[in-house]
Ligand binder design. Sequence first.
Ligand code: GRF
Length: 221
Amino acid sequence: MSPANPLRVVVLISGSGSNLQALIDGQKRGELPIEIVAVISNRAAVRGLLRAEQAGIPALVLDHTRYESRDAFDEALQTQIDEFHPELVVLAGFMRILTSRFARHYEGKMLNIHPSLLPKHQGLHTHQRVLEAGETEHGVTVHFVTPELDGGPPVIQARVPVLENDDAATLAARVQRQEHIIYPLAIKWFACGRLQMKSGKALLDNEPLGPQGYLTDTTQP
Ligand code: GRF
């Protein structure tokens, strides 16, 4: 994948879109051979939509409350996404549980970022749960999406220390700094053809990644 033939990416968001911004910035700096062809949010008036508009990216809202069922919403979302013919779908703070059918449709072509060292702390409120468990280490995982919630094969993890005076907000901020490094990196690998999912495993340069994916050496606050 060369800059002349960038990877077509659709980004799904529900909120602030700081990960989306990291991708936009990486693309602008010429470091990411991608084209974000659309940003879709299930919530109206969120900051991420503004970030997309400011970058000249088509930004759409598909409000899940207007659909009768999860199936109906995911079907409409799939139709909307596929109109943009993406080669990769990036979940960047998209706060929806996906139907198996939707997940399978994009298997091997959809990535998520989850704020924990998976398989620890699947689901919500990860920072608070890490603090309550008295853990000394926390982090973030990029993984391929499969029908199992936060259970697809990990691509890359970054670790951060939990400091004595941390609350959920300070810890989240430390984790997010790592998110903005490892998500663009994983997407770059995918865009360059180095990353793929095969037989349920994430492969980097044709080598299966371990159960936690590629581990970055980022233990600094
Ligand atoms: C991030 O913490 C990400 O790990 C989680 O949702 C949050 C999204 O943040 N999946 P943002 O909208 O990218 O700022």
